[in-house]
Design a protein around this ligand. Structure first.
Ligand SMILES: [Zn+2]
Length: 261
């Protein structure tokens, strides 16, 4: 792969992939892309961060902590490529809480996450893959994550953002309670999930019983198990929960289309 030297600043992930002739998810090799834009990858222990980028002029080094999940490492490298494209000239150290969380507080970290998502899961390729799966369930999630070699969490966020699944909400729980949630665009804010986890929900079982296994199929449950909204008791939704290492329990809720005006 020839290098682009110097790499134009703010080159979009799509333009970068185009310049490399990449049209298939399997050809998105982040290490080769890093080399192509003047960066080397070093795996080394870092104090208090998961990945960082240092650079001078048109050359730089991405450092990543070794030993993580390969999909997580790819996302971290792609995130640092985002800093290189958008914040070049700065040394940036990224904690694990900065990478892949699409932070609402830190503009720079959020921008690097969006860059990473666009590089690893280019929207046109991603939407085409999503169209192979009518429902967003665990089976579809694992299939799409396998095609793009991305983590389940990053893939699920992207599937919801793709617009292909307008009735889906994802919720992440740790033992301390709900960590975060994401609604497909167009779902009204009054369908924000409850703060607490219903003891009847499968997610509760998964969170508190280490012997329980992920749900094989989505199952039906009354919407009032997940929502406080006064009209929730009128609707039946589906839920499917899974354990994700480092994340806790993630639940995919698929709403009744009648819940969305
Ligand atoms: Zn960062």
């Amino acid at each position: 792969m020839p290098r682009i030297d110097p790499l134009p600043k703010n080159l979009s992930p799509d333009a970068l992939l185009r310049s490399l002739g990449i049209t298939e998810p399997r050809d998105i090799d982040v290490e080769a892309i890093a080399y192509y834009v003047g960066l080397r990858i070093k795996r080394r222990c870092l104090n208090c961060c998961e990945a960082m980028i240092t650079g001078r002029g048109n050359k730089g080094i991405i450092s990543v902590v070794p030993g993580g999940m390969p999909q997580r490492e790819r996302f971290s490298i792609a995130h640092e490529l985002g800093h290189w494209a958008q914040h070049r000239g700065e040394t940036i150290a990224c904690r694990s809480s900065d990478i892949g969380k699409f932070s609402n507080k830190n503009e720079q970290e959020r921008a690097a996450d969006f860059y990473a998502a666009n590089l690893l899961m280019p929207l046109a390729m991603f939407k085409a893959e999503c169209r192979q799966h009518r429902r967003l369930d665990l089976k579809a999630l694992k299939a799409v994550a396998g095609v793009f070699n991305t983590s389940l969490t990053a893939t699920l966020i992207r599937m919801i953002d793709s617009g292909n699944y307008p009735t889906v909400i994802m919720i992440s729980h740790g033992t301390g309670g709900r960590k975060w949630h994401k609604l497909a665009a167009g779902i009204p804010g009054y369908w924000r999930p409850r703060d607490d986890l219903d003891v009847e929900s499968f997610a509760f079982e998964l969170l508190h019983n280490p012997d329980s296994k992920d749900e094989g199929f989505p199952r039906k449950i009354g919407a009032d198990a997940w929502f406080d909204n006064w009209s929730a008791e009128k609707y039946v939704i589906t839920e499917q929960s899974l354990r994700i290492r480092g994340e806790g329990v993630v639940t995919i809720l698929d709403l009744d289309p009648k819940m969305i005006p």
